[in-house]
Ligand binder design. Structure first.
Ligand code: LFR
Length: 478
């Protein structure tokens, strides 16, 4: 039996999980969970990355003896280091407003169609490419000698070694998904210095060992290797989809819903760009062909505005509200920024001539129906655009706890949904470490182990897809 620590940082909390693995068993336990609270300072919205690092150290101390450590987090964001290797300021949050209107400026020198053909990346205002363009005139960037993506920054603090993990690098919009290397030509055209990034490394690569000071602080006995995993949380989550065949779609749920397919090659067609599908990289050169949907963020922000009522009670009540009375476009970047979410949802319903949900239960139902509808659209569009039909939809991540969302997704897609595991990103993180150390076989063997060992819930589609098709048509007309 081996033990692997998975550091998994989400947009609202971080955790250190310990996976205990043998060739036939896989168990995951939480060593430490800590909040991730973005902070608004006069310059804008920032990550408290030192607080996160302190949480990681505390988690490693609680984890006890481990054979390796892996780190994953959300994508696109980064820290800048000066010539001494010191962090230059708090990393900017991807929901910060600094990228507003920046994409249009980029497209004036490299048209959006060319960008897509070169990188296969969806348009999202927060892609690292746009963040770097927004920061172009800043003195901080002028002084920077190094750029480390969030998991790579934490890995550097733990080990003293620098690298750029590929799955996360693929969210920068500076990677060519065909060569799985930097898009040198594009970076040159946009005057982005790729020399800021340390060399690429891949999931499974060695990423150093814990520094003596870290061993001392965590009480661990060295050497403890750090292993590169799919450091983009969504790459780790997709690696932990317990699929038993090839004909599956996945939805990684949590703050976001990331819905799509695992493919061997990128889809770079103009239709795919118009549908705003992204080609991010996964394990073993696979492509995560998916669409970003606002996800449970919509509900989290409402719950925050309502003063944190009991979620279970709210969901039970929402289940009794009539279905599909009003739906919003859950893919709309208009919902990206924090604040006033119940009002923004009401405004979207009003503007599209639908009944305005009044009570928290009605708003919750509107959100869940809208998410299920967006899941349906993404699963349908992905199959069509990639020519890759599916028989089942796997839901992994935090949304698996929301039975109503899982059932509505099955109903909307007209396909069975298999829900679980909940801690998919941490499990994918653990399994890539286990694989790197020879304990489990290839990607398929990893999935087979998950399917054998993790509790999964199956939801059969009910009620026909007609009313979902109608709701989709209604939304498309507006
Ligand atoms: C999910 C996720 C998404 C990415 C978004 C922003 O946690 O990593 O994949 O698009 O956060 O980084």
């Amino acid at each position: 039996m081996k033990s692997y620590a998975a550091v998994d940082l989400g947009a609202s909390s971080g955790r250190v999980m310990v996976g205990r693995v043998t060739p036939d068993s896989l168990e995951l336990a939480e060593a430490h969970r800590f909040p991730n609270r973005p902070v608004r300072v006069p310059e804008g919205l920032r990550w408290d990355v030192l607080g996160l690092y302190a949480g990681v150290l505390e988690g490693l101390r609680a984890a006890g003896r481990v054979d390796s450590v892996g780190i994953d987090s959300w994508a696109v964001d980064y820290g800048l280091l000066d010539a001494d290797g010191a962090l230059l300021g708090n990393p900017v949050h991807y929901r910060d407003e600094r990228t507003q209107g920046v994409a249009e400026k980029v497209w004036a020198s490299v048209p959006a169609a060319e960008l897509y053909a070169a990188t296969g990346l969806q348009y999202a205002p927060f892609n690292t490419l746009y963040q770097l363009t927004a920061a172009r005139e800043s003195r901080q960037l002028a002084h920077a000698q190094r750029l480390l993506m969030i998991p790579d920054l934490l890995s550097y603090w733990l080990t003293g070694e620098q690298g750029t993990e590929l799955t996360n690098a693929s969210t920068t919009q500076l990677i060519d998904p065909r060569t799985r290397d930097w898009s040198y030509d594009l970076a040159a055209r946009l005057d982005i210095d790729l020399g800021l990034f340390p060399p690429l490394r891949r999931p499974g690569d060695a990423a150093g060992v814990l520094r003596p000071a870290v061993l001392e602080e965590t009480g661990l006995t060295g050497p403890v290797p750090v292993t590169a995993v799919g450091s983009h949380d969504t790459a780790s989550a997709v690696a932990a989809v317990p699929a038993t065949g090839e004909r599956f779609a996945y939805i990684c749920t949590g703050t976001w819903s990331l819905a799509g397919l695992e493919l061997d090659a990128a889809v770079l067609t103009e239709d795919s760009r118009a549908a705003n599908f992204t080609n991010e990289l996964g394990l073993d050169g696979t492509v995560r062909y998916l669409r970003n949907i606002m996800g449970l963020w919509l509900l989290q922000e409402c719950v925050r505005a309502w003063g944190d009522p009991d979620l279970g009670g709210l969901l039970r009540e929402a289940a009794t509200v009539p279905a599909l009375r009003s739906v919003v476009d859950a893919g709309d970047a208009a919902f990206l920024a924090p604040g006033r979410m119940p009002e923004r949802i009401a405004e979207a319903c009003r503007a599209s001539g639908q009944p305005v949900p009044g009570t928290p239960a009605e708003v919750t139902r509107c959100i869940l129906d809208s998410l299920a509808l967006a899941h349906r659209r993404a699963v349908e569009d992905a199959q069509r655009l990639a020519g890759h039909p599916v028989d089942v939809v796997h839901i992994v991540g935090g949304g698996t706890r929301n039975a109503l969302l899982c059932q509505l997704t099955a109903d909307a897609c007209g396909l069975p949904v298999v829900a679980g595991p909940t801690e998919a990103a941490a499990l994918g993180n653990v399994l890539v470490q286990a694989r790197a150390h020879g304990l489990v076989g290839d990607r398929h063997a990893m999935r087979a182990l998950l399917a054998r060992t993790q509790p999964l819930t199956r939801y059969e589609p009910q009620g026909g897809t007609g009313r979902w098709r109608d709701a989709q048509a209604r939304l498309a007309q507006r």
